[in-house]
Ligand binder design. Structure first.
Ligand code: ZN
Length: 286
């Protein structure tokens, strides 16, 4: 489950798949299974594009409509050919069906699904920080991300990195890996991170590098078991130094996520080890 948590690159791949399947074609089927949208019918409208903005998906339709969705932890969009059976989950988990003559896109367990005017997309995504996968990412985007991160210098860097208001696209996996490469624990204050610009630059480069890759690689190695430095290696050891990797929850109450770090390679504050921690992580990490 944790491996499946959508990060910016996963959402980007979903958008690319939906775009390839739907863009340029007219909708022949439109079924939005959330009460507020139950009467909406976009059939006959041409799909103009499907794009990712941070971890949000924006499907634009002729006539100036945008269908906005967000996968959060559990959502997924699948694309099927005519006649192919749908395997994304039981029928009651389907929130959206968008069909063209050749393809059908099915949205499962989407926690966020809204229809808005394309001109008003900012209502859904305007709060986001610079998008790490924006083709126009550049020096000014990096500066803006740094400005937003540094606005709260006392915050833990791990929490600041996953806050999409600061920069859009980092999820739980990249958070752990970026802190590793930055040499700091996820509980280090933003102000105490020795080279924050390098961390932002790396976030951009890692997401770019993994954008079209089925697996997520932060180490430069694609061999199984060598793709990540610390994330998910809870029974394992740090890929660099062999020290047992530690894990602990981080995040606001109710939104805690498991974070991994190497106590040897990463300096800074960390929660005290607790004897029951391993068992709990093992359960949550399934
Ligand atoms: Zn290490």
């Amino acid at each position: 489950m944790m491996e499946g948590v959508p990060e910016g690159d996963t959402v980007w791949q979903t958008a690319a798949r939906l775009h390839a399947a739907l863009a340029g074609s007219e909708l022949t089927r439109c079924d939005l299974r959330v009460p507020r949208l139950a009467t909406v019918d976009l059939t006959g409208h041409r799909v103009e594009s499907v794009r990712a903005r941070g971890k949000h998906l924006l499907a634009r339709f002729e006539g100036g409509w945008t269908l906005h969705s967000h996968l959060r932890m559990e959502g997924a969009w699948q694309v099927y050919q005519a006649g192919e059976s749908w395997r994304g989950g039981p029928g009651h988990q389907i929130r959206a069906i968008l069909g063209t003559e050749a393809r059908t896109a099915v949205g499962y367990r989407l926690p966020v699904l809204d229809l808005l005017r394309t001109a008003e997309e900012a209502k859904a995504v305007g709060h986001l920080g610079p998008d790490l996968l924006d083709p126009a990412w550049g020096e000014s985007s990096a500066q803006e991300a740094l400005r937003r991160l540094r606005a709260r210098p006392d915050r833990a860097i791990g929490e600041a990195l996953v806050d999409q208001h600061n920069l859009a696209g980092v999820g739980n996996v990249y958070k752990s890996e970026l802190c590793f490469v930055g040499g700091v624990t996820p509980w280090t204050r933003v102000a105490d991170v020795p080279d924050l610009p390098r961390m932002v630059d790396l976030a951009h480069r890692l997401l770019e590098a993994n954008r079209e890759r089925p697996m997520r690689v932060t180490t430069g190695e694609t061999r199984a078991g060598r793709t990540l430095w610390v994330y998910g290696r809870k029974r394992g050891t740090c890929l660099r130094c062999g020290t047992p990797v530690r894990s602990g929850d981080q995040g606001a109450a109710g939104e805690e996520r498991v974070t991994y770090w190497c106590p040897h390679c990463q300096a800074g504050p960390a929660p005290a080890p607790s004897p029951w921690r391993g068992g709990r992580d093992a359960q949550r990490g399934r």
